[in-house]
Design a protein around this ligand. Sequence first.
Ligand SMILES: [Zn+2]
Length: 255
Amino acid sequence: MNRVSIVAGAVAGLGVAGLAIAHAGPGITAIGPLRRRLFPRLAGLGRPDHVALTFDDGPDPATTPAFLELLAARRLHATFFLLGSMVDRAPDLAAQIAGAGHEVAVHGWEHRYTILRSARDVHSDLARATAVVAAATGQRPAYFRPPYGVLSAGALDAARGLGLTPVLWSSWGREWTAGASAGTVAGTVLAGLGGGGTILLHDSDCTSPAGSAAAALAALPQVLDACEVRGLRVGTLAEHWPGPGAAGSSGERVG
Ligand SMILES: [Zn+2]
């Protein structure tokens, strides 16, 4: 079992997909339904007629272009949480994502647990990632999603200092699990998806077993069709929380 599976299992075992916060120290505090109500934006909950589609871990020349093709064919835009280290290797692909009208956001420079790093280290990682994403794409990122969905107090402070709003997700595909297929990924996403939800999928295998992104890609048409049937519009986080200065404008404080 790899690190992703261990954490995913631990978080899923707590009954709330992807919602975990680490306060000072190494302990992890699960967020339950109460936290969802208190911190809806952190949980990715937005307009009830809308679903935010988000991808983590790219840009990856091996896998991301196929996602861009599918989204273009469906005339949809999504939010890509980019890794600084991946943008550094493929800045043109990051620019292509933004140029196609998608929203770019920050997933950190290195894919490491923020709770295992000093506040200073996390701040410099996040600042470096934000700068490379902005330089490559010409977009100023508004959102941050920590690796593994685990936030430390230092990461929250760093995000706030850099003007980034932390966003996790409400529904995921678990495409990194053994035996994942288009059917299992779509089924898992849709089982947890309601109006106002945020979907997490991965457009790269750089932190997951080979084939994970392919399973996510193969699941997408079924997920998008189901959203259409349910009358849910699919788009970016910017569209999920419309309005002037939407990012961080709710007054919601975390950590
Ligand atoms: Zn990730």
